[in-house]
Design a protein around this ligand. Structure first.
Ligand SMILES: C[S@@+](CC[C@H](N)C(=O)[O-])C[C@H]1O[C@@H](n2cnc3c(N)ncnc32)[C@H](O)[C@@H]1O
Length: 202
């Protein structure tokens, strides 16, 4: 069962909701979304997306052609008060007009496509980090992916590994990890052994 937790105040109202590493009190930036099912999963767990900015590299038009459930996920995010941005390139996102003046407590990229993208995402995300901020990359750790040496890449960008947390799909209800490219964009892929790397500033 997914790690949902509600914080209850002494007056009995719900103060904070948590799913795995994410809290409704965090400002959260999601990068490189596929069908936005990960963002929608968090938003549903928080019963709000007011604390979230969810982004894709693809335009909305392209997403609607690629993913069967993206319209429903975008609608859910909108109804829950989330901000959705398209055509956000992780390699230059700190200059994006809707992001450059913000700070985030959590910045999340699930299954980035290649090492170069990881390095640039880390570099750019570091510029948008709040004081208590963390950058999260979820990635396979089986061969050949461990060769990416994500921890080393992060060190070069002034980031320190805080934790490597085991990643399980079932902790995130309705999240579907997408291939995201080619004619099979809407298909998922087996994640196998996988972790969420959490980085903080040196
Ligand atoms: C393997 S898919 C994973 C999609 C999604 N994160 C998920 O877990 O379902 C890789 C994603 O990286 C995105 N991507 C590739 N280059 C990017 C870039 N420069 N900036 C932001 N996203 C990028 C693609 O659009 C695609 O959605």
């Amino acid at each position: 069962m997914a790690g949902f937790v509600d914080g209850i105040t002494d007056r009995g109202s719900v103060s904070e909701k948590t799913i795995m590493h994410y809290k409704s009190s965090h400002t959260i930036l999601l990068v490189g979304e596929g069908d936005f099912s990960f963002s929608a999963c968090l938003a549903k767990a928080f019963a709000s997306a007011a604390n979230m900015v969810a982004t894709s590299l693809d335009s909305k038009e392209l997403l609607l052609r690629k993913y069967s459930r993206v319209a429903a996920n975008l609608e859910a995010l909108g109804l829950l008060g989330g901000t959705v941005l398209h055509e956000v390139d992780a390699t230059e996102m700190s200059q994006h007009c809707s992001l450059s003046y913000k700070e985030f407590d959590r910045m999340v990229f699930n299954f980035p496509l290649h090492q170069h993208l990881v390095r640039w995402f880390l570099r750019e995300a570091r510029k948008l980090m709040s004081d208590k901020g963390e950058i999260h990359i979820t990635h396979k750790i089986s061969y050949p992916y461990y060769d990416w040496e994500i921890e080393e890449l992060a060190k070069k960008e002034g980031l320190l590994l805080n934790e490597k947390a085991e990643f399980n799909l079932w902790d995130y209800p309705n999240y579907e990890n997408k291939r995201g490219g080619g004619g099979n964009s809407d298909l998922t892929f087996p994640v196998g052994a996988c972790v969420t790397f959490k980085f903080v500033k040196y």
